[in-house]
Design a binder for this molecule. Structure first.
Ligand SMILES: Cc1cc2nc3c(=O)[nH]c(=O)nc-3n(C[C@H](O)[C@H](O)[C@H](O)COP(=O)(O)OP(=O)(O)OC[C@H]3O[C@@H](n4cnc5c(N)ncnc54)[C@H](O)[C@@H]3O)c2cc1C
Length: 534
């Protein structure tokens, strides 16, 4: 029987839903890759010790308990979530050098010190949000009204060194398309392309670059005038005087001159929003990303023991034995059939264990190259970025060490707001991290006020997190080279005795919450198969 006839039969019997399911099963339709975990069988009578109550550890316990496993999580911190951490009034942050800050934001305001956005493809993250009935909002990763900024003194005549994303993109693409159209019409691509393809490409340059005579539109027809191959004011770039009622058609803004534009290198940030994981639509958890962590911890209750830092991990016969610091500082011991260790390698490398020498060396190597990254939440008494600059969400990128400002994607037009005053990496993050928390604020204000002069007058309070100086994280996320994926990664994907390594670091979705979930699910498949066979 032909496939089409078979599907018609299924359709007659079961309707459109049955056809869809059958087509999916036949591989005719694309199936999303990371689907909810679907393990069957029974784990009753088996005990699993989970080290760390981050998203990887808690999702592991949550799923294992569905199968009847006896689970216990030991967590060093006094809260769940690990890096999935949102800061609110009263949150205390203490760094490895003892520097301590207490958040002073107004009640109701918060700052996502770790994860803030969820790509639409991260189905494991979205599936858990759905399972726990957590509300999602759009995270506006792209906003054409936000700025690209340079602090280079040579370009301060360029609107104080800043251009709106739309202006920078319109001008860069416009001038580039104009040059390409010129070169193409002068025969530069005659050898490469047929006449038909050149004609098609010329049309593309015209629409991509908004090429045309520099017109001031008076009617809709003006906007649709034929394009002549010249870049000028246009409806992509926008207005210097907004159109209004009566006889005000508005005034289109004037492009920056080509030489200044090219030299300003304002295009440095164009790639940011094109990266697959940063493309819109992105989502965020309403009320703070840590809602997801607390949704797990509320369901797990007493399964989690807090303030219980692991000090030693030993394979013990066919199982595992773990030593941790219990209440009052006394060493305590816990035994189990299996262990899922979600402690980041940056921390695990200093914990006593009896893993093989190659495994220890691999953990040490990867644990020593975690991302250096930092973020600051800043509360302002007025949402000047909305009121004065008409920026509702999105990201301003700058060539200063602060790297970026992330505007809140929620609470529009309310009185106060918290924005991400900096979010930086590597050398730039180190520059901020080595300062005292107060000096970080001073620097964030100094750099930020070059973009928004309102900063000094409107600032109320700020709090920063240097992730590589944060106990029990000691870094933002694991970095792997391709070579290390082949060697160290492959080695650590296998358990050491009864101990499995799990977490964002053991995934190809590193630095994302989805990495923690994907790794957790892969670990559970392995562990459950082994437990079921023994
Ligand atoms: C700055 C930043 C921005 C990010 N942005 C995003 C984003 O926008 N979107 C996104 O999806 N993801 C983002 N991520 C990534 C995401 O936060 C992580 O991938 C994910 O939370 C990792 O979860 P995990 O369970 O693997 O690790 P962790 O959250 O680190 O959990 C490990 C747990 O182990 C505990 N632990 C450590 N040492 C010990 C010990 N000795 N004894 C007992 N317990 C211990 C820790 O306290 C922690 O609770 C971001 C991360 C950072 C740092």
């Amino acid at each position: 029987m032909k496939r089409r006839d078979f599907l018609q039969l299924v359709g007659r019997a079961g309707g459109a839903g049955a056809v869809y399911q059958t087509m999916t099963a036949m591989g005719v339709l694309h199936r999303p890759l990371n689907e909810p975990l679907d393990l069957t069988g029974n784990g009753k009578g088996k005990k699993v010790l989970i080290l760390g109550a981050g998203l990887a550890g808690m999702s592991a316990a949550y799923e294992l308990r569905k199968l009847g496993y006896d689970c216990k999580i030991l967590e060093a911190r006094g809260r769940p979530g690990g890096r999935c951490h949102s800061i609110r009034r009263g949150t205390v942050e203490t760094e490895t050098d003892g520097a301590t800050q207490t958040c002073n934001f107004d009640p109701g305001l918060y700052f996502n010190a770790g994860p803030m956005r969820v790509p639409a493809d991260h189905l494991t993250t979205l599936n858990y949000c759905k399972e726990f009935d957590l509300a999602l909002e759009a995270f506006l990763n792209v906003n054409e009204n936000a700025y690209y900024h340079t602090a280079d003194p040579k370009f301060q005549s360029l609107g104080g060194g800043k251009l709106r994303h739309r202006e920078a993109k319109a001008d860069m693409f416009g001038y580039t398309d104009e040059l390409m159209a010129k070169a193409t019409s002068e025969g530069a691509l005659d050898k490469e392309l047929s006449k038909d393809d050149r004609d098609a490409l010329m049309q593309f340059f015209g629409s991509d670059g908004w090429l045309g005579p520099p017109i001031q539109p008076k009617t809709t027809d003006d906007l649709n005038k034929p394009r002549t191959g010249v870049y000028g004011p246009n409806m992509r770039r926008g207005f210097s005087v907004l159109p209004g009622g009566g006889d005000n058609p508005g005034k289109l803004s004037t492009p920056v001159d080509r030489h200044t534009l090219f030299q300003s290198k304002v295009f440095f940030g164009f790639g940011y929003e094109q990266y697959i994981d940063f493309q819109m639509t992105m989502l965020q958890l309403a009320g703070g990303t840590d809602r997801l962590a607390y949704a797990f911890s509320e369901r797990l209750g007493k399964v989690i023991t807090y303030s219980a830092p692991i000090q030693e991990i030993r394979n013990d016969g066919s199982g595992v034995r773990v030593v941790y610091k219990g209440a009052g500082g006394a060493a305590r011991e816990e035994k189990a059939d299996f262990c899922i260790c979600t402690i980041p390698f940056s921390v695990l490398k200093s914990i006593s264990n009896d893993f093989t020498a190659p495994a220890k060396a691999a953990i040490d190597k990867i644990g020593s190259q975690y991302a250096v990254t930092g973020k600051m939440g800043m509360q302002f008494k007025r949402r000047f970025w909305e009121e004065d600059d008409r920026i509702f969400g999105g990201v301003t990128l700058t060539d200063q060490a602060m790297t970026q400002i992330v505007y809140p994607s929620t609470g529009f037009q309310s009185k106060k707001g918290v924005l991400t005053g900096y979010y930086n990496y590597d050398q730039q993050a180190e520059e901020f991290a080595k300062l005292s928390p107060q000096d970080r604020i001073k620097r964030a204000l100094a750099e930020g006020s070059k973009i928004h002069p309102q900063y000094d007058a409107e600032f109320e309070s700020g709090i920063s997190v240097a992730w590589h100086k944060t106990p029990y994280s000691l870094g933002g996320w694991a970095n792997w080279s391709d070579e290390q994926r082949k060697n160290e990664y492959a080695l650590l994907l296998k358990p050491q005795g009864a101990t499995y390594f799990c977490g964002e670091h053991m995934s190809y979705v590193g630095s994302w919450m989805a990495g923690a979930f994907e790794s957790s699910h892969e670990t559970l498949k392995q562990l459950h198969a082994r437990a079921s066979s023994g």
